[in-house]
Ligand binder design. Structure first.
Ligand code: ZN
Length: 238
């Protein structure tokens, strides 16, 4: 039997894209932070709406902003691992990949479930195995705002709102660690879109962390393999 397509293979090597549940729960996730200016504003917005979220932080940025990491944890948010400095994992050797994950892990507080999100969503079987060896569960998403481009608040909302359903995992960025255009780093449209999303959905959904969502349903595990897009990575600055 092919290990990858077997049930045990899916469980061990699958990547969570969302959770099957009938409960009205949504997990908002924010990558690439913490950012000294935008992350506190996002934390204020989440607090105002009593929403919990999951932050996949870059270790190097987390080490520079320990107070923000502390505030995230104190506010009941979950902090996940997004590597030390945001490389495309398939482009690294196994030793380099494991060092990236370990070093980020040291910059964030220890947690019950160790969660990892691969930068750019790039993942091959070797990189997936490295993360498994380090005891992490890989969390992708099933809704993306594509907020690494220059969409405004309404465009971001249009990309997300119609797709929201129980158990979904939504990808946003509270910072852009690497970027195509300097002007895309402006996170105000994302903050405005999140505020509007929380306002519009407040009577229908509860916003929870990924570990909370995983407890409330059956994780949908997919074979998520996406080789490094060298052209894309080569164009990035930062
Ligand atoms: Zn990222």
């Amino acid at each position: 039997m092919n290990l990858l397509s077997s049930r045990i293979g899916r469980k061990l090597l699958g990547t969570v894209t969302h959770v099957v549940t009938s409960e009205p729960l949504v997990a908002l996730t924010f990558d690439d932070g913490p950012h000294p200016e935008y992350t506190p504003r996002l934390l204020d917005i989440l607090e105002r709406h009593s929403a919990r979220a999951t932050f996949f932080v870059v270790g190097e940025a987390a080490e520079r902003q320990p107070k923000l990491i502390e505030r995230m944890a104190r506010s009941g948010h979950t902090i996940g691992n997004h590597t030390w400095d945001h490389p495309s994992m398939p482009l690294l050797s196994g030793a380099q990949r494991r060092a990236q994950v370990r070093r980020c892990g040291r910059a964030i507080p220890p947690q019950g479930i160790k969660l990892f999100r691969p930068p750019h969503g790039h993942q091959n079987l070797a990189s997936r195995l490295d993360v498994l060896l380090l005891g992490y569960q890989v969390i992708a998403w099933n809704i993306s705002a594509s907020d690494w481009l220059d969409y405004d608040r309404d465009q971001l909302l249009e990309r997300v709102l119609p797709k929201v359903a129980p158990g979904c995992i939504v990808l946003f960025h509270d910072a852009l660690y690497k970027f195509i255009e300097e002007r895309y780093r402006d996170r105000r449209p994302t903050l405005q879109a999140v505020d509007a999303l929380l306002t519009r959905l407040k009577d229908q959904y509860r916003f929870v962390t990924v570990p909370e969502l995983l407890k409330r349903g059956r994780p949908r595990l997919r074979p998520w393999y996406k080789e490094a897009d060298k052209d894309w990575v080569g164009k990035l600055k930062g």
